[in-house]
Structures are given as structure tokens and as C-alpha cells.
Write a protein that binds this ligand. Sequence first.
Ligand SMILES: O=C(O)CCC(=O)C(=O)O
Length: 329
Amino acid sequence: MIPSPLNAPVAARRRLQLPPEIIFTTWPLLPAPDLSEADSAAFDAQGFLVLPYLCNAAEVQAIRAILIHLFEQKVGRAEGNQFDMLGLDDEASSSIQPQIIKPSLYAPELLHTPHFLRAQAIARQLLGPDAEFCFDHSILKHAGGNAVTPWHQDEAYGHDPYYRAEQISIWMPLQDVSEDNGCLRYIPGSHRGPLLPHHSFEDEPRVQAIECPAKYFEELAAVSTPMPAGWCVLHGGRTLHSALANSSASDRLAYVLVFRGAAIPRSEAQPFPWLTERHPAGIDRHRHWYWHGGYRILLLRWLNRTLHADVQALRSRLRRLARRYRGSW
Ligand SMILES: O=C(O)CCC(=O)C(=O)O
């Protein structure tokens, strides 16, 4: 049995103060799918890959309930981790497309699910055994909206001019998605080209999102990926993608796990002028939070992560020693 707080509902419910209508269920552990050579070749050729049946209905419902709760409670907003990615993100305007970066900081049970283990196994198959979980995020497209997630490459959000790492996002819709409610769209093969220039969405530097201008790619080549809830689509850090608007009567919610392989030096320094020109409100909130005690929380999180990593490393060293000891008898 996976030691999941989702299987220990009482503690998670108390900590998150979840409303009673959120039901926790246990579910059978679906095995991590073994990607076939054809799957890996398709991912390599296109830069994205649809994976059917990654998460069963009970897991989808539990993850959805947690994320809706985090959005409703505006969890992470003061820290700058919850914001309106397409709007000015001030208290006066209603949000166009809310996003939470690292929801698992506030609901760690998101990383103790069978879904996480399966996603990690897939990422390691594609990126190599050293691939590490990098962060998670969630995007909410309000019902009846006309907000399109702009075309971009995820690598354009990276800040390191000297190193890059292969990256995979595992994007999971928490309800069925189609062209009517905001499924993802991809430009096949775009991951084989360079990192393209981006600019602030609608040339407004106060907005979080950035976009790649249409003159750099052929939008007519875009492929939509409609799919049922609990399926996933993977894409690489350089694959150009966007999401359509949600004109349906229900909100569209997606949960994304991002994994990275080892960092590799770039052949030449990569500037990110579109990031330095940006000054979204979320960054100011983060600064304020940091100087008003947030630095203590960051320190505690860092200690927690480091100790956890050390304990894991110690455990695997002891396991290796025990195996060698048993083998010598
Ligand atoms: O869900 C969306 O609207 C966009 C998702 C996205 O851009 C991503 O996961 O990289």
C-alpha cells in the first residue's frame, strides 16, 4: 500500500480544512505503463505524446477536490504562488485564468499519489533514471471564458543563461477536455528547433504569461489533443504549445507535474530579455512575503527537503550494504 495521506483522510482533511463534501477514496494502484519503443519514438519525433488511462476516476476526483479547494481559499497568493496568469492580478480585477505554482507545498498529499509514482516512472523512462521531480502547477480556465493560453515553450520561463535541462511536463485534465473547453494544442516537431523569442502576453509587462509571436511558427500545423479526464499528455520543455479557450458551461482544471533530467551546459549563453522586462504583481507579493517572515518558511522547507533527501540516500546505501552482506554468505 502506498503511504498516501489520500489514504489517511482524517489528517489531510484536518490540515487542509477540507469541506465535508470532499470524499476521499482508496483506489487500486494501476501499474506504471511501460512506454513502448514506438511511444518513445513518437515523443522524440513530435515533442508530445498522449498517454491514455494514467489516472483512475477516484484519483482524478481526489486531486480535483484538493486543487479546487486551494483555488477557492486563494492558498499561496500572499507568497506569489497563486496568481492570475493572463490578467493584471490585482485585488480590483476579477481573475482571467488563475494558476497555482507548486500546489504540493500546500497539499503535500498531491505528491503521495499513485499518479505521482506513475508519472515519475514515465519521466525516468524518457529522461533517464536520474530525472527528478521539479515542480507541479495547476491552471483553472473559467467556464464561458475566451481566454486562450498563449503559444509558448516552457523553456522560455527558465532563467539560466548557461545551463539547460531536458524537461517533461505531464499535463492531466481533471475533466474531459475538447476544443470547446481548452484542450492543449501543439506544433509537432517544434522541440527540435531553437528556443524562440517570446514577449509579455499582449505586450503587457505586468502580466505573468509570456507568448511566442506567431511569425516564428506555422500555427496551421497545430494539433489539438482532446482527451478524457485522467489521460495525460506529455510535452518537452521546447515543444511549442498553447490551450484553447473554455467556452463550455463548466470550469476546466488541469494538474501538471514537471520533471527534469541532468543540467547540460548550453553551447552559448542564452539571454531571457522577455523575463527581465516583466514585473507582474505576484513577484512583488513574493518579495513582501519573503521580507515579512517568508524567508523562515523557505529555510524550513529547504531543511525538510535536504533531510528527506539525506534519509533517502542513507536508506538506499544501507539497502546496498545489506545486499552485499547477504551476497557474501
Ligand atoms: O493548461 C493550460 O492552459 C496550459 C498548460 C501549459 O502551458 C503547460 O502545462 O505547460
